[in-house]
Write a new protein. Structure first.
Length: 326
């Protein structure tokens, strides 16, 4: 989710159109919907029939993925709306809200799994022997979820969407949980029945931890968290390299979904006309929005004064004295 994960594979700043992002998000999410419907049904039904608590927990996790998929579809549709009077910067933060919702869903599902597993562990003698068919379903779910994760993450990185990254890692958490469940079922089949609820306990912890991470990150983004120092420095350099800009200060950024809203004070020659200074600011804004995922750059123009002739002469004289001394 993290946009840093996206940047690792997309070092270029090629702009991605809103239509392309929306189409990719919708297509990949519907693929996830189909996979999760099949898996959750198979896992829960077989889990009940084979008496495997771990497989039932894994099925509930897949069911939470299905709910998350519909949250993503809803947010993807809402975030594409144009800016309006109530939302002058657009609706991109629907994606951040969706990431927060995903985190809450995962956290709730994880806590529920922990509770269910803990109740089972209180009475180990009541743990039933698991049927071998549960292992086949768990292994099949593991392969399906890993393939789904790789597909969704590839799409997310291509269109640079942190919401899709979060949903992809949600699928990876299911793959990891299926692995743990498979190990628990194997242990149960080998005569260690307690390993099945222990596997469910581990899965619950993994899901809850991931949910907390997603939710906490999204909450900070909703509170106008700035982008990382590397990306802020890149924006600053683009502004500073604009012809006519003498210096840049007070650059501030805040997240707007997967986009950025930024402010910058640019210094231009104090002898320029207001119109000339304005043109420089417009060009700096154009460059930043073209090269970075910046939705808008608000600029403030400050005067920059060159050293006067006396000061310039003093500096030159001091430099000459230093050169002769050395």
């Amino acid at each position: 989710m993290p946009f840093s994960d996206i940047k690792e594979e997309n070092e270029d700043d090629s702009p991605i159109s809103a239509a392309e992002r929306s189409s990719a998000a919708s297509r990949s999410t519907w693929v996830s919907v189909v996979v999760n419907v099949v898996l959750s049904t198979a896992q829960i039904v077989v889990g009940v029939m084979s008496k495997s608590q771990g497989l039932i927990a894994d099925g509930i996790h897949s069911l939470s993925d299905l709910v998350a998929d519909f949250v993503v579809l809803l947010a993807n549709h809402a975030s594409q709306k144009d800016a309006d009077e109530d939302h002058p910067y657009g609706h991109q933060r629907f994606e951040t809200a969706a990431s927060l919702a995903l985190g809450v869903i995962l956290l709730a599902v994880g806590v529920g799994m922990l509770w269910s597993a803990a109740v089972k562990l209180e009475n180990p003698s009541a743990i039933a022997q698991v049927h071998v068919v549960a292992l086949y379903v768990a292994l099949g779910a593991l392969v399906a979820k890993e393939l789904l994760f790789r597909y969704m993450l590839k799409v997310a990185k291509r269109v640079k969407s942190s919401m899709l990254v979060a949903n992809a890692w949600h699928a990876r958490s299911d793959a990891a949980s299926s692995l743990v469940v498979s190990v628990g079922i194997v242990g149960n089949l080998l005569g260690y029945p307690i390993l099945d609820p222990i596997a469910a306990l581990i899965v619950g912890f993994m899901v809850a931890k991931m949910g907390w991470g997603f939710g906490w990150d999204a909450l900070h983004d909703l509170m106008d968290r700035a982008v990382n120092e590397e990306e802020a420095a890149a924006i600053r350099k683009t502004v500073a390299d604009t012809p006519g800009v003498k210096n840049v200060h007070d650059i501030r950024t805040r997240k707007m979904g997967d986009m950025i809203v930024a402010d910058a004070h640019i210094e231009v020659d104090a002898t320029l006309t207001v119109e000339a200074g304005h043109d420089i600011a417009v060009e700096a804004r154009r460059r930043v929005m073209q090269r970075h995922r910046v939705l808008n750059l608000m600029t403030h123009v400050d005067p920059w004064k060159r050293p006067d002739l006396d000061h310039g002469a003093v500096v030159a004289s001091a430099a000459g004295d230093e050169a002769r001394t050395s």
